[in-house]
Unconditional design. Structure first.
Lengths: 250, 379
């Protein structure tokens, strides 16, 4: 059970209301950027004649949360993936690892933070929808339970076979995301990476990390064993040499 | 002889001073104006030279420490005792410099201790942080006899001697973990890293190539320090290391080839891309040519030949790490990254500092004197 946003790019009119609302809620300078930045957590891009929003997809099993060495990222029970700037050491592994290349950094500051959409977690805690969804005049973005939104999306695909690419972006990408997209043109043309694995990415590193206890215990036994054998061999050689010396002396 | 050497020495000193001065400027810039002013890093390219070279290469090049420690203390090849100390010294300096480089690269360097108390065991970076911290401690202890002997502190010396074997075993295990984990860091980017370099075997490749380059570094340093300090070179020992390196590189090359083939990446070689060129260069310089050269006894037993091979192996290794961490990611990032001169000057300063500290340690602590403990090790 988690909250989600469904973005239907066929409905978006490119009015930028969501951008303005996002900036106001997050206290960011009002400028119309078309690329995500430390000052823009949500942008609207025009690609292939389509308006498409770009913001954090809030993965079900977030890569950023798994790679962060100090646990600065966390997926909340309600769905949003949030960031605690007080923990962050600034290694930027989250930015490297994010399959959708979402997190941005305050490069110009001496004490920078990672910046990204919070899915308005503070507003959600007060029972309010994310500011971007509330601001949308045409319901191109809607907010609700993930299951319900998936059902809505499937319905739209079923009812309009030719109007949509028959794919819900985010249903399975990177193990599934809380933000879902519908489109009339191939998602790649909208700038979505097409080669994101369907498995949650943290499983890729966990496969190796889970072997560490075995490597350590087997390695310790192996090294200890080799040391014991080689030092025993040296002892024996030493003793034999001594015996020889003795018998030689007698 | 001395008159000939003198101007050469001052030349290198002048170069070093120049590098350190520019590094100082970059340091001030970095810590007052931030990463954006001092580096070419961007949101599309968040990791650059400092991670790719200073950290990835630095840790790899320091692998000679754990390799030789294992050879001498675990496998009891006592004849290598004479070169184990410089190898451990290099490793200690190397890891120290990696830690300093991290202070430059981290956005909030004063929080470098956070992983100690804020845990995330699912993170490869968390594991690397712990391993490197612990291994730095192990290296300090492994190197401490040199300092303790210098100041004739017999009591702590006895304690260190008593725990040498467990210490070496812990050091080898920690090295195994973090050398491979530096490769595991990139397992999380299957859709971003070029198929030439993205492989589920990355951790194994990083580990095996680290051992290979660790041996190459021992050969490299022994040559340089023999030249600089007018010492006798331990050619028979180095030739044997060359033989081991041949085996390691052979295994590594074969594994890379099988991996590329099994993932169907060999077909990409027909495309004349930058990545293809870089892969061919990396394999040729770092693996194929050295394997062929080392296969000849004449090369292994020839000082210049062995030295040249070591330089090739090191160069190929650097190429590999930079391919994984920088060039292999360029295509998917949609951005081009080339380090700013301020970034380069910090890196050069760290390398220069490494040479400086190594020379000082040799001069004042006699790092080349073999430890007196295991009787007759050097004779």
């Amino acid at each position: 059970m988690s909250k989600s946003i469904l973005v239907d790019t066929t409905k978006c009119i490119g009015c930028m209301s969501c951008v303005a609302a996002c900036k106001e809620t997050n206290g960011l300078p009002q400028n119309e950027e078309t690329e995500l930045s430390a000052d823009s957590f949500n942008v609207v891009q025009s690609r292939a004649g389509v308006f498409v929003r770009r913001f954090c997809l809030h993965c079900q099993d977030p890569t950023c949360a798994s790679v962060c060495p100090v646990g600065a990222f966390m997926r909340t029970a309600a769905g949003p993936v949030v960031y605690d700037a007080d923990r962050c050491i600034g290694c930027r592994y989250c930015m490297m690892a994010c399959p959708f290349s979402i997190p941005r950094y305050e490069w110009k500051l001496a004490l920078p933070r990672v910046r990204k959409c919070t899915m308005c977690a503070p507003r959600q805690a007060q029972g309010l929808p994310p500011a971007c969804v509330e601001a949308c005049p045409v319901q191109a973005s809607i907010f609700g339970e993930r299951d319900e939104l998936l059902a809505v999306a499937e319905n739209r695909l079923r009812e309009n076979h030719t109007g949509y690419v028959q794919h819900i972006y985010g249903e399975h990408e990177a193990g599934g995301t809380s933000v879902l997209f519908l489109s009339a043109v191939p998602f790649e043309a909208l700038g979505f990476p097409a080669n994101v694995p369907q498995d949650p990415l943290p499983t890729f590193t966990y496969r190796v990390l889970s072997k560490i206890p075995t490597v350590v215990s087997a390695g310790a036994v192996l090294l200890g064993g080799i040391w014991w054998i080689t030092s025993r061999r040296a002892e024996v050689a030493e003793a034999e040499k001594n015996d020889l010396d003795k018998s030689g002396g007698e | 002889m001395d008159h000939n050497k003198l101007p050469k020495l001052t030349f290198w000193r002048a170069v070093l001073i120049l590098i350190l001065a520019s590094g100082l400027y970059s340091t001030v810039l970095r810590f007052t104006k931030g990463l954006g002013a001092a580096t070419a890093l961007s949101d599309r390219f968040p990791w650059g030279l400092w991670v790719g070279f200073d950290v990835l290469c630095g840790v790899g090049l320091a692998a000679g420490g754990f390799t030789l420690a294992a050879v001498v203390y675990i496998f009891h090849f006592e004849r290598f005792h004479a070169i184990v100390r410089p190898a451990i010294l290099t490793a200690f300096l190397g890891y120290g410099l990696v830690a300093v480089a991290l202070l430059f690269d981290l956005g909030r360097p004063y929080r470098i201790w956070h992983p100690l108390v804020m845990w995330n065991p699912r993170s490869v970076m968390f594991e690397v942080a712990w391993c490197v911290m612990l291994y730095l401690t192990v290296l300090a202890l492994e190197f401490s006899p040199v300092v303790l002997e210098r100041f004739r502190l017999t009591k702590p010396l006895k304690v260190i001697k008593a725990i040498t074997i467990p210490l070496v075993i812990v050091g080898v295990l920690l090295s195994t973990l973090h050398q491979s984990s530096l490769g595991s860091l990139y397992l999380i980017v299957p859709s971003k890293l070029h198929p030439y370099w993205y492989s589920p075997w990355l951790p194994v490749f990083f580990y095996v190539s680290a051992i290979g380059v660790g041996l190459a570094m021992v050969i490299f340093e022994s040559n340089l320090s023999a030249r600089a300090f007018k010492r006798e070179i331990e050619m028979p020992l180095l030739s044997q290391l060359g033989k081991v390196m041949l085996v390691i590189l052979g295994i590594y090359g074969l594994m890379r080839l099988l991996d590329l083939a099994s993932r169907g990446a060999l077909g990409l070689l027909r495309e004349p891309t930058t990545e293809t060129l870089l892969l061919i260069l990396e394999i040729a310089i770092g693996t194929a040519v050295p394997v062929v050269m080392l296969a000849f006894r004449q090369v292994r037993e020839n000082r210049e030949g062995l030295f040249a091979t070591a330089v090739l192996v090191i160069t190929g290794f650097l190429l590999n790490r930079l391919n994984v961490s920088v060039t292999g990611l360029e295509a998917s990032s949609g951005a081009h990254y080339f380090p700013r001169w301020t970034e380069v000057s910090v890196t050069l300063s760290l390398v220069g500092a490494g040479f400086l500290f190594f020379a000082l340690a040799v001069r004042y602590f006699g790092a080349f004197e073999s430890p007196p403990l295991p009787a007759g090790a050097r004779q």
